[in-house]
Design a protein around this ligand. Structure first.
Ligand code: AHM
Ligand code: MG
Length: 333
């Protein structure tokens, strides 16, 4: 029983594991290690201004984006803490060109964005670490393409750590979505958001409106149809867009809402990455009762074609995402 002092993340993960007598405890240990990495990144993010680690490194990453000093720091922490855990055989990072194979081996593969939203770092905007965990499928120690290029529906766990007004760890291992808030005084994540649901009203609408000149016609059609819910009597849905996916997603998960970064003329394949951003958040959205699509099919059914596969993303309350699919379908008739 949680008692009055709350349930820690470690205890919650163990309790979930105990529902599966066949489990060896390795996934639980891995999730716990990701939580530890999150604490370390959180402490550096909170101290960034004092440690002199704000600003860019002057480098450009594999995505063609400016690498912030904190991006590098978060990547190092993930490699040291998660890579050094003995639990993963391969690490796929938004910040690294190639797959990092771990010699000590392990039964899991992890894909992650070490610091999503990092272009906002210097302005103290919420940012976060997003992760996605798969089982190693092939026997033996060799890491194969089948191990690393799995569809989102094969994920065994996914989550994110949001460095915001407080640090929050949200995860799913296929049995609902649970959120924990870091109590910095004791260094533990405490259950604060049990069984989060995304099946109520869609109150927030998140999109970078300045991409409007590049959108396909269906996006304009979709927005107009969503906005029809606002009438003279009542505003039922309101614009909320941070420009930090993990923070936009978290707010929409808590309040109800939909986030969209569709493919457009500037980014014909989409801007966001399937493996590190879209797929883990899609797993969480579906576990909470929501949905994620590229406009045509579920994100979780997309076959990764390459490590840094990009995709359009519409994610949040199911009716609004399905309405987007309907608009895409009509546009292609
Ligand atoms: P990042 O992983 O380098 O931070 O890039 C992803 C970010 C998302 O967090 C955010 O939704 C998007 O890029 C914002 O892009 P834009 O500035 O084009 O709206
Ligand atoms: Mg990102």
């Amino acid at each position: 029983m949680p008692g009055t002092h709350g349930l820690t993340l470690t205890a919650h993960i163990r309790n979930t594991q105990s529902l599966h007598p066949e489990a060896r405890g390795e996934l639980s240990a891995l999730l716990t290690q990701v939580g530890v990495a999150g604490k370390m990144i959180s402490s550096k993010v909170n101290m960034a201004g004092l440690l002199g680690v704000l600003g860019s490194t002057g480098k450009i990453n594999v995505q063609g984006e400016i690498v912030q000093k904190l991006d590098e720091m978060a990547e190092d922490v993930m490699q040291d803490i998660v890579g050094g855990s003995g639990l993963v055989c391969a690490m796929l990072s938004e910040e690294r060109k190639d797959i990092l194979e771990i010699e000590t081996g392990g039964r899991y593969v992890i894909a992650y964005d070490p610091l999503d939203g990092s272009s906002n770092i210097d302005a103290n905007v919420s940012i976060g670490t997003i992760f996605s965990i798969f089982r190693k499928l092939s026997p033996g120690t060799e890491v194969t393409r089948a191990d690393t290029m799995q569809k989102g529906c094969e994920q065994v766990a996914a989550g994110y750590i949001l460095y915001g007004s407080s640090t929050v760890f949200v995860y799913t291992a296929g049995e609902g979505v649970h959120g924990f808030t870091l109590d910095p005084s004791v260094g533990e994540y405490i259950l604060s958001h049990p069984d989060i649901r995304l099946d109520g009203k869609c109150k927030c609408f998140s999109i970078n409106q300045c991409n409007a000149p590049y959108w396909d016609a269906w996006v304009h059609d979709w927005i107009a149809r969503v906005m029809e819910r606002n009438d003279a009597d009542k505003r039922r849905i309101s614009g909320r867009h941070i420009g930090s996916l993990v923070a936009d997603f978290h707010r929409n998960l808590i309040y109800g809402g939909v986030f969209a970064y569709p493919t457009d003329a500037r980014s014909p394949k989409g801007k966001l990455r399937l493996m590190y951003e879209a797929s883990p958040l899609a797993f969480i959205a579906e576990q909470a009762g929501g949905y994620a699509s590229d406009g045509r099919i579920s994100i979780l059914d997309l076959e990764p074609e390459e490590l840094h596969h990009r995709t359009g993303l519409i994610i949040g309350n199911r009716p609004e995402v399905e309405l987007a699919e309907d608009c895409v379908g009509r546009a292609s008739i």
